[in-house]
Design a protein around this ligand. Structure first.
Ligand code: 13P
Ligand code: SF4
Length: 303
């Protein structure tokens, strides 16, 4: 089958099975183009609750599909490739978190959604990059244990008077973006604004003209009067940026900012998932209920 036949078949199966395709902003361009909703982690979590369908096919990574199931267990949540994980999410385990919680018994655990369901279940509240500041501000506790992204945690600590304890996790894709990459891009494109994701290193964020979630970067660029932007996050974002702002120019800050896990959902694997209804992501009910508490609390906080 060629791509247009695959796309036709995906569309037919989606309507036959009352299925919707949700894709993250880092998904492959051709996948974004046939998705029903493309967005950041927050928008996709909200969509999992709001959409009326029997099946969600998730073109993202495992924690995203897990979150969709946690929030909406009556829907079947399919991952085109169940091996699509997030290395940052694997940097915190239940055991290591329990040990750290003992060190800071008065701290509220704020858990970035890039984490497993079991870790969310051990946390007080979740956040995404779009609402992390507001989530921290909403808490009555003066002490926070922020897991697992140390860069997002440091960024948040600059916007709160609370004491923030960091976890030593990071996103390998954003961590490898250096200050040198930014300075090179800025000297090559002196009129461009530099927009960065808060998963970047602190010295990279220092050079940013704006720091936002993936959806925030897209929204900012669309509304801006400026014409050129250096994009400090994963490069598949450029597809959505160009689509939403065709009159503007976008430069990736680094050719290496590529998340291979986010590219594991392909047109053929999405078709196979719809045909076979595999692989369905589920979470044991006791963990789901506790993780849902942390996600529900997050969804009550408006960014
Ligand atoms: P957002 O789309 O929520 O900004 O997250 C970026 C990311 O790295 C997801 O894995
Ligand atoms: Fe995880 Fe980073 Fe890939 Fe996002 S971009 S899924 S944080 S490895």
């Amino acid at each position: 089958m060629n791509n247009s036949e695959i796309i036709q078949r995906i569309r037919a199966l989606k309507s036959e099975k009352n299925a919707l395709l949700l894709a993250h902003n880092y998904a492959r361009p051709e996948v974004q183009d046939i998705a029903d909703i493309v967005g950041d982690s927050l928008a996709l979590s909200q969509a999992a609750v709001d959409v009326d369908c029997d099946i969600i096919v998730f073109a993202g990574v495992h924690f995203m599909a897990e979150s969709a199931y946690i929030l909406s267990p009556q829907k079947k949540v399919l991952m085109p490739d169940a091996d699509a994980g997030c290395p940052m999410a694997d940097m915190v385990t239940v055991e290591s978190l329990r040990a750290e919680k003992k060190k800071f018994p008065n701290a509220a655990v704020v858990c970035y959604v890039n984490s497993s369901a079991a870790v969310k279940a051990e946390s007080d509240i979740c956040c995404t990059s779009a609402n992390a500041k507001e989530v921290v501000a909403s808490l009555s506790e003066d002490e926070i244990l922020f897991i697992p992204d140390k860069n997002l945690g440091r960024y948040i600590s600059l916007h709160t008077d609370k004491t923030v304890h960091f976890w030593n996790g990071h996103c390998p894709v954003h961590q490898q973006i250096t200050q040198g990459d930014v300075l090179d891009a800025k000297s090559e494109h002196p009129n461009a604004l530099f927009l960065a994701h808060p998963e970047c290193r602190p010295d990279v964020l220092e050079l940013a003209d704006g720091i936002f979630s993936t959806a925030g970067i897209i929204k900012y660029a669309a509304a801006s009067n400026e014409k050129e932007f250096i994009i400090g996050t994963e490069q598949a974002m450029i597809h959505k940026l160009k689509k939403d702002s065709p009159d503007k120019i976008f430069y990736p800050v680094s050719p290496y900012a590529y998340c291979s896990n986010m590219k594991m959902a392909t047109l053929p694997s999405i078709l196979k998932a719809l045909e076979t209804e595999n692989t369905a992501v589920t979470v044991p009910e006791d963990i789901r209920m506790r993780a849902k508490y942390a996600l529900d609390r997050m969804l009550e906080v408006l960014p």
